[in-house]
Design a protein around this ligand. Sequence first.
Ligand code: NAD
Length: 360
Amino acid sequence: MAIKVGVIGAGWMVKYHAAGFRAAGAEIVAVADPAPGAAARAAAEWGIEQVFESVDEMLEKAAGLDAVSIIVPNKFHAPLALQCLKAGKHVFCEKPPGLSAAEVKEMVDVAEKQGKTLMFNFNNRARPESQAMKKYVDDGTIGTINSAQAKWIRRTGIPGFGGWFTTKAMAGGGATIDLLHMIDLSLYFMGYPEPAHVLAKTFDTHITDPGFKGPWGIPDREGGTTDVEAAAHGFVLFKSGQVLSLQVSWAEMVKREEVSVVFQGTKAGGKVERLFARDGYDETAIDTCELYAQENGNSVDRTIITEACEDMGRIHSASNFIDTINGKAEPFNTPDQAHKLMLIIDALYKSAETGAPVAI
Ligand SMILES: NC(=O)c1ccc[n+]([C@@H]2O[C@H](COP(=O)([O-])OP(=O)(O)OC[C@H]3O[C@@H](n4cnc5c(N)ncnc54)[C@H](O)[C@@H]3O)[C@@H](O)[C@H]2O)c1
């Protein structure tokens, strides 16, 4: 029997979730969104039969729902995931997992208690480059990753002023929590080690400057709040002795948008990178997936050629959720990893606030 999915939140990411769920054989039976007309518009566009203006109503009336997909502002991730898990649904939740590690711990515990699948949309893990690189990690080619550098940097990428993205109470923070994908991807390659200490500094230099607004996001809100960071630089030391440095920004004067993980292993180094021509536009993006080794006294660079993936793994990530429920695939991410990631995010913000290293 096909898995029946209800979508919560009718924004632009629905197209990727819908394509991925359907590719894995699931049915999308309902969509819920409290904004007037939003669910009906998404339903018409994506061929979804049942429309609801509240999640309570969808859970009550959409018959036979097995799973939900949560695509709403960050503040609602945890409460909606908890509600749906308690109602016996599997949950696929957009990133970030929640506003804090404490929230995510509760989600992890309830998913375990209910025996339901809880996964997060760390879609960058599902990119062909990331999956290709992970094979070299798993087969021992790279050895232990001693050090990694995670970057998602934008020059003019503030996603609207005064809306939920720039309101700490709604988003949990700014660029750091929004663009946490490369931190997650680094940890994925490093084997998700236990973090020990975190040191970070955030910057809000350009956060209210209209010259740094991105070409996407949500409309500006007159009189809304803008109290999040535009950029963060940080360092994580793990109990294993591995280290991660990171740079994340919506607004920094860099050459071009860069999305990358670079690492140095005991047997080989590597890089997974996407360079955008301009912030958010990817028709001329350059994707790189490379290994760096010393062989027979020579420096050897290997280029791993993968298929082009314009959607940055979003469709494959959603289909992996359905395949996981059906027992056809291993999950791309686990609840415990999401919790560990959020411990690091919490510590980055705490260190930036206190000006001191934070022990986890
Ligand atoms: N993985 C990715 O590549 C990626 C890309 C963009 C956004 N996102 C994530 O997707 C989520 C949504 O972002 P967005 O840009 O679509 O935001 P958005 O502001 O466009 O919101 C999406 C929809 O959620 C609805 N909504 C708000 N509260 C709701 C609630 N309590 N119940 C049901 N619906 C509710 C809104 O009415 C809106 O239609 C965020 O968590 C964001 O981080 C992920």
